[in-house]
Write a protein that binds this ligand. Structure first.
Ligand code: FES
Length: 191
């Protein structure tokens, strides 16, 4: 039997709307599209760490552009997640200096400990998603992993890897972003 429940259209929280307004005011009205990257970041933070198609449609609506224009951007930049992610997205640098300092081994170790696969589904406990990315611009501290705004550096020992994972496991709430207050209703899945 077909479901009669209408899909719920995502909505930005009031705090996010206020921040989007503030950002868009920095551009002429006919150039709202220029705010697409920060608005996509806000959308990703609001809706569980990824931008579902309906969330991208909402971004298009807010910016007054066609959905395809948002899809073009969201699929180009690796920082936008196009499918559900774990509570923490570990972006593992795989560029030369990090590779020379053991990022391949680090990746295998993180896969082994978390049970997640790079580029694949989140870990079974929903805590971790593993992604490989290019240079994080902290080459002198290789190998490096970025988790949101924080860098974990010199992850070349068992102790350093365990300390990072332990800190992330014990994190009850993610750090608040500059524009938001703790406890945004739409961000629950990502806390
Ligand atoms: S190569 Fe990894 S931070 Fe630059």
């Amino acid at each position: 039997m077909e479901s009669t429940t209408a899909p719920v259209k995502p909505q930005f929280s009031e705090a996010a709307k206020a921040e989007i307004d503030r950002i868009c005011k920095q551009y002429p009205e006919e150039r709202r599209k220029s705010a697409m990257l920060p608005v996509l970041h806000i959308a990703q933070a609001e809706f569980g760490g990824w931008v579902a198609p309906e969330v991208q449609d909402l971004v298009a609506e807010v910016l007054g552009v066609k959905p395809i224009e948002v899809y073009e951007v969201s699929t180009f930049y690796t920082m936008f997640n196009l499918k559900p992610v774990g509570k923490h997205v570990l972006e593992i640098c795989r560029t030369g200096p990090c590779q020379l300092r053991g990022s391949d081994e680090l990746t295998l170790e993180l896969e082994r400990i978390t049970g997640a696969k790079v580029g694949g589904e989140p870990s079974a406990d929903g805590l971790f998603t593993l992604k490989e990315v290019e240079c994080l611009a902290a080459c002198g501290f290789a190998p490096v992993v970025q988790v949101r705004e924080k860098y974990y550096e010199q992850l070349d020992t068992e102790e350093s890897v365990n300390a990072m994972l332990s800190e992330l496991r014990n994190m009850v709430h993610r750090p608040a972003l500059p524009w938001e207050e703790k406890g945004l209703p739409n961000a629950v899945a990502n806390n």
